[in-house]
Design a protein around this ligand. Structure first.
Ligand code: PLP
Length: 473
């Protein structure tokens, strides 16, 4: 592409993005489509000749855009957010333009050193212990897998790394997490070779957080059976209801029995930027590793997962490699992040974090997070005040779990589930907003998570009005 054409379409795309941001509320949050509709509109064979940008952009508008779920829509209340912001987008352009593969210090010294710096900024912003070192991973799933692999290797003195799973290496390592933990824990346990049968799910209390006494009982019982307790994964902000596992008592148990403690705070970690929310991480000093995703609730576009660990040697001991073709004269003097995670190749993700933190400043970030928390609190109060609805879990941060359940309703759980599912599907299909569901101790619950960059009180009020207008009495 010649420079002139590049400039022309570059400017046009920036204009397109700015217009998209201005007009995003005009799009249905969820596309109204049948499976296969988009692929039917895509040619089966790749083009032999150049098609030109005009045609490509036209097809982007006519084929791709109608098939998108608009995650940046201010009425997106589903799952957990994956919010973004203008400074983050602009940094992504630059990352793409530099096109650097930041596997080792030498392949982009600034990328490595900026990553070290912004991760330390994040550590300070969340009030994490001074001895935590940070590295950016792609997702929380990967971060948790890294923690599991490190736990496995530390417990076995790096034996499985050397000889694999064979006679003489431990096959009885147990991982503990709560019954409310994210599915990435089960996935990580399978991939890391613990085996799903060695994942012990600890009961949760009324607030859906792990009961530490149950954890200790399970550890002791497994030890008695001759098994080897290895790792505990505590969740700060569970996916279903943002329950907060109590880190301090869990951490003490881990300390007592020599277990690796990994803390998954995928979304909720961001809340700790607020001094008044630091209590969520009380006891974090017991953790061996900690993850939270700026790509969820910190205005940094997907993907960007912040992983912290107490002992980087556990990481480099687990993942370290040094083939001849990667050796440089300064390997002993610098950090080579290729040894801090699974892939060799690394994107320059630190740049967008640097832009975001600098552009908003800690104050700006705090203001936005605080607003989301206040809006969630207000939504919760509306549910409380309306006798036709009930709260399904305590609200800890920016998520409200609730359901429609009018007084005197006598048809049982199944019918309640059907009614609430229908209500959610009707509203989602209207395109006005998007929210999702879960089950809490077997009961169907609707979830409204408030964390989009441009969500205001008006959008939350509109969501509540929409829900109310869809219930029959
Ligand atoms: C608590 C928790 N942990 C982990 C994850 C996985 O995040 P990722 O998509 O970054 O792997 C999620 C996703 O929502 C989550 O809620």
């Amino acid at each position: 592409m010649d420079r002139e054409t590049f400039r022309k379409y570059g400017y046009a795309i920036i204009d397109w993005i700015a217009d998209y941001m201005d007009q995003i509320e005009g799009y249905p949050v969820l596309p109204r489509l049948e499976p296969g509709e988009i692929s039917h509109r895509l040619p089966e064979k790749p083009p032999l000749e150049s098609e030109g940008m005009e045609k490509i952009l036209q097809d982007f508008n006519n084929i791709v855009l109608p098939g998108m779920t608009h995650w940046q829509h201010p009425s997106f209340f589903a799952y957990f957010p994956a919010n973004s912001s203008e400074p983050s987008l602009l940094a992504e352009f630059l990352t793409a333009a530099l096109g650097a593969q930041c596997m080792i210090w030498q392949t982009s010294p600034a990328a490595t050193e900026l990553e070290e710096r912004v991760m330390d900024w994040l550590r300070q912003m969340l009030g994490l212990p001074e001895d935590f070192s940070g590295v950016i991973q792609d997702t929380a799933s990967t971060s948790t897998l890294c923690a599991l692999l490190c736990a496995r290797e530390r417990t076995t003195s790096f034996a499985i790394n050397k000889v694999g799973f064979r006679e003489g290496t431990r096959q009885d390592l147990v991982v503990y997490t709560s019954e409310e933990a994210h599915s990435s824990v089960e996935k990580g346990v399978k991939i890391a070779g613990f085996g799903k049968n060695n994942l012990c799910l600890i009961a949760t209390g009324k607030d859906f957080s792990m009961i530490p006494e149950e954890l200790e009982k399970a550890v002791l019982s497994d030890k008695e059976k001759g098994l080897a307790p290895c790792c505990v994964i505590a969740t700060v902000g569970t996916t279903s209801s943002t329950a907060i596992d109590p880190l301090r008592p869990i951490g003490k148990i881990c300390h007592r029995y020599g277990l690796w403690l990994h803390v998954d705070a995928a979304m909720a970690g961001t809340a700790a930027i607020l001094p008044e929310m630091r209590h969520l991480l009380d006891g974090i000093e017991y953790a061996d590793s900690f993850v939270f995703n700026p790509h969820k609730w910190m205005f940094t576009n997907f993907d960007c997962s912040a992983y912290f660990c107490k002992d980087p040697k556990a990481l480099t001991g687990t993942f370290g490699i040094l083939p001849e073709y990667l050796k440089t004269g300064i390997d002993l003097k610098v950090k080579n992040f290729r040894d801090w995670g699974i892939p060799l190749g690394r994107r320059f993700r630190a740049l967008k974090l640097w832009f975001v933190i600098r552009y908003f400043g800690i104050r700006g970030l705090q203001e936005k997070i605080r607003t989301h928390l206040e809006l969630a609190k207000e939504f919760e109060s509306w549910i409380r005040e309306d006798s036709r609805f009930e709260l399904m879990a305590p609200r800890t941060i920016n998520l409200v779990c609730f359901r429609y359940h009018p007084p005197g309703f006598a048809y049982g759980e199944e019918m309640l589930e059907q009614i609430n599912k229908n209500l959610m599907e009707r509203i989602n299909q209207s395109g006005k907003m998007y929210f999702t569901h879960t089950k809490l101790k077997g009961k169907f619950a609707l979830r409204i998570c408030i964390g989009q960059t441009s969500t205001t009180r008006e959008h939350v009020q509109k969501a509540w009005d929409t829900i109310k207008s869809e219930v029959t009495h």
